[in-house]
Design a protein. Structure first.
Length: 369
């Protein structure tokens, strides 16, 4: 199992920020203002949307967290932490300055300030977690930390956008799909069931003991309760049925099967293929393949696209985890995971309601590595 390195993760994250901020790279060397400083000094004439503000803050929180985590691992903490924080602020303002030369992007001082706020929030979060009087916990290996990281990504996916609001209207909105009885999707039920079984498998790996059924039920109830209390989040019937199905399948035998990892791999690949090719309606003329990574995601609504990427990180990360956990050679794990998604993406040229692109194969490639 490959280990993770905070410096490497930080560099990859910085690369992701730069890529997303400067996409589609159609630079023109004639700025829209007399100078970059003049362009950035203009606050947007329209009131910034809350979704954009939250997205820009959240985008840089991991940078602040990872930068502080790297700094606290050294002897001289504060000099290195100051360098990370100042570099992050320079990155935020520098990217906004570069957008002056991108006709399709809108540079904004508000965005840069939100980015800097995210950096400091991430750094404070890291320092707060280190200062807490944690109880005596089992010693986790690096492999255990990867499993815990996948579980954290799954929680983030289910509770996104992570904005709690304890009021009657939020509670009503969170339960509305259960009351209105919308159409039931078999795919969403299957996806939810497989996701819960993956969580149970990771849970058992970390704790070295299978989770008891009562713990499983309590975790389901807790997750559903938290979902209801989140803004722009609602509990769906598919989630309820999927969780019940996972409890039944897991406790009626799959948790005792020796080939459990192989079964989960087959189920996960099947659901990914299903998701990539549904509704199985074919085009008369194939569309072009989109070779620009994250091109479609960057052009969409930020909060929604972030949630899509988070879900893919969990699913693709679990696929890589299962393949390597069963001691599949790294090269074969890459061939199977990346090859499967490449086949699905190329098949999407002939399927309606899909845009074939290179993003998903690249994402699983980096997750396996």
């Amino acid at each position: 199992m490959p280990s993770f390195n905070l410096n490497r993760i930080l560099l990859l994250f910085v690369g992701f920020i730069v890529y997303g901020s400067l996409f589609p790279f159609d630079f023109t060397w004639t700025p829209r203002e007399a100078s970059v400083l003049e362009a950035l000094s203009h606050i947007d004439s329209h009131t910034p949307r809350w979704g954009d503000i939250i997205s820009n803050v959240i985008l840089f929180i991991p940078y602040g967290f990872l930068g502080m985590a790297v700094a606290t691992g050294q002897r001289s903490i504060w000099p290195r932490a100051s360098v990370f924080l100042l570099a992050g602020a320079g990155l935020a303002f520098g990217l906004q300055g570069a957008q002056v030369y991108l006709p399709t992007r809108v540079p904004s001082l508000v965005d840069a300030l939100c980015n800097v706020l995210g950096i400091f929030l991430g750094a404070l979060l890291c320092l707060s977690l280190r200062a807490l009087p944690w109880p005596s916990l089992p010693t986790f290996s690096r492999i255990d930390h990867i499993a815990l990281g996948l579980m954290a990504v799954w929680v983030l996916d289910n509770l996104w956008p992570m904005i709690p609001a304890v009021d009657f209207q939020t509670l009503r909105d969170g339960l509305k799909p259960l009351i209105m009885q919308p159409p039931i999707s078999l795919f969403k039920i299957a996806m939810t069931a497989i996701s819960w079984m993956l969580i149970y498998h990771l849970w058992e790996f970390v704790l070295k003991n299978p989770p008891r059924m009562i713990w499983q039920i309590e975790s389901v109830a807790t997750m559903f309760g938290l979902e209801i209390l989140m803004e722009s989040n609602a509990l769906q019937w598919e989630e309820v049925f999927g969780a019940i199905l996972a409890l039944m399948v897991w406790n009626l035998g799959i948790n005792q099967v020796r080939q459990r990892k192989e079964i989960l791999v087959v189920l996960l690949i099947s659901i990914l293929v299903w998701n990539g090719l549904s509704p199985f309606t074919w085009r008369d003329v194939p569309v072009s393949f989109y070779w620009m990574p994250f091109g479609i995601s960057i052009m969409g609504e930020p909060l929604y696209q972030i949630s899509v990427i988070i879900e893919k990180c969990f699913l693709y990360g679990c696929l890589a985890w299962l393949l390597i956990e069963r001691r599949t050679h790294l090269s074969w794990a890459l061939v199977l995971s990346v090859g499967t998604l490449m086949c699905v993406e190329f098949a999407q040229r002939y399927v309606v309601e899909h845009t074939p692109e290179i993003t998903d194969p690249l994402l699983v490639f980096f997750l396996v590595l």
